[in-house]
Write a protein that binds this ligand. Structure first.
Ligand code: NAD
Length: 347
């Protein structure tokens, strides 16, 4: 099959068009800001509610603003003059966070509700929304050897309580803004993204970062033990951050995908036990495992069916897990060392 000819920001925008990115103090949006800046886009407005010193990445030359995007007036200010708006701001974290703080997760609805209206009123050409595989019907995810989830599996709806339902409703906003008002919206359902410059400690971190940190800690303290949440048989797929930002760009600029939720993830399924083994190999040590069966573990199995994204965009992740995890481990090991020596770090 011939490779589709893809549109991207580079083929559609002028270098001085204003790109607005919400959640830019966070993991994925921070990398998206860097990605566009490295392509020579000169007007990028990055926004997060976190104070600037706590952002994972600050890119020189980018207008970086600390604002709460759940407030309407701030969204109006954020979207002023925007040609494209990327909304990746959300109150979120790994299973430990989203199972415990459902109200916070649900309240992210305010961010998308205001941002999309502000983008529309500002006359933005395109609007991107970061959805999640947590929008999928949880009944289909009860087996570690689950079949991969395809886009139509979100309905009939039985999303993850709190976080997943917020994603599903926000997706619907994006679809109706296109149907009724003609705003070109793009919706990617991310499946577990990992990599450097993301949360690695403090309660919001996801499995790959948490496991790398535990390996680093074990090496440092000499206590060669690791606690695993659940029985370790639960399976997931993990996408490296560089593949993710490239995918966002391609999805955003594809007219065939307007208002169409699409998977953006890896289809390389791995159990948490095997992820730990991989991290041990990278860290060069073996740990005694204990299992906390009462800890949040999420669904039993979840994988991404990439048929649609391969057919329409020819996109596939090209960073093998062992390569991406090594880079993540190296970054976390450095953060750990810096923190220990009293340097300021972002967790
Ligand atoms: P992150 O927590 O690192 O980044 C989100 C950022 O949004 C944070 O910096 C946070 O301070 C900011 N934020 C929260 N509320 C805000 C508000 N009211 N105003 C302004 N900023 C606010 O998370 P991430 O991993 O970078 O995720 C980005 C998006 O992708 C989120 O919508 C998330 O739900 C989605 N997603 C991520 C993953 C993943 O594996 N990381 C998977 C599925 C979906």
């Amino acid at each position: 099959m011939a490779k589709p000819k893809n549109e991207t920001a580079a083929t559609q925008l002028r270098k001085d068009d204003l790109i607005v990115i919400g959640g830019a103090g966070g993991f994925i949006a921070g990398s998206l800001v860097r990605y566009f800046a490295e392509q020579g886009f000169k007007r990028i407005r990055a926004i997060d509610k976190k104070p600037l010193p706590e952002w994972y990445q600050r890119v020189p030359g980018v207008e970086s603003l600390c604002m709460d995007l759940s407030e309407w007036e701030n969204c109006v200010r954020a979207c002023e003059g925007a040609v494209e708006v990327y909304n990746l701001a959300a109150d979120m974290g790994g299973m430990g966070f989203i199972e415990r703080f459902r109200v916070e997760c649900l309240r992210s609805i305010l961010i998308n509700t205001h941002m999309i209206e502000a983008a529309y009123r500002a006359g933005a050409q395109r609007y991107f929304y970061a959805s999640s595989a947590c929008a999928y019907n949880t009944d289909l995810q009860k087996d570690p050897q689950c079949r991969a989830l395809k886009e139509s599996d979100a309905y009939p709806a039985m999303a993850e309580r709190g976080y997943g339902w917020e994603k599903l409703v926000s997706e619907m906003f994006c679809q109706e803004y296109w149907a009724e008002r003609g705003l070109r919206t793009a919706i990617a359902r991310f499946h577990n993204v990992y990599g450097p410059n993301g949360t690695w400690d403090g309660g919001r971190e996801k499995a790959p970062a948490a496991i790398c940190r535990k390996v680093v800690e074990a090496r440092d303290t000499g206590r060669h033990e690791i606690e695993i949440w659940g029985d370790g048989t639960q399976t997931r797929s993990f996408m490296y951050i560089d593949d993710c930002v490239k995918g966002i760009d391609m999805i955003m600029h594809c007219d065939k995908l307007i208002a169409t939720p699409i998977n953006l993830g890896s289809s390389e399924l791995i159990s948490i036990n095997d992820l730990v083994s991989l991290a041990e190999k990278i860290g060069g040590l073996k740990l005694k495992r204990s299992y906390d069966l009462d800890a949040p573990r999420g669904v039993a199995g979840r994988n991404s069916d990439n048929t649609m994204i391969q057919e329409i965009l020819g996109w596939q992740p090209n960073t093998p897990l062992k390569v991406g995890l090594k880079k993540t481990h190296t970054w976390i090991a450095q953060q750990y060392k810096d923190r220990k020596s009293g340097k300021r770090t972002v967790s």
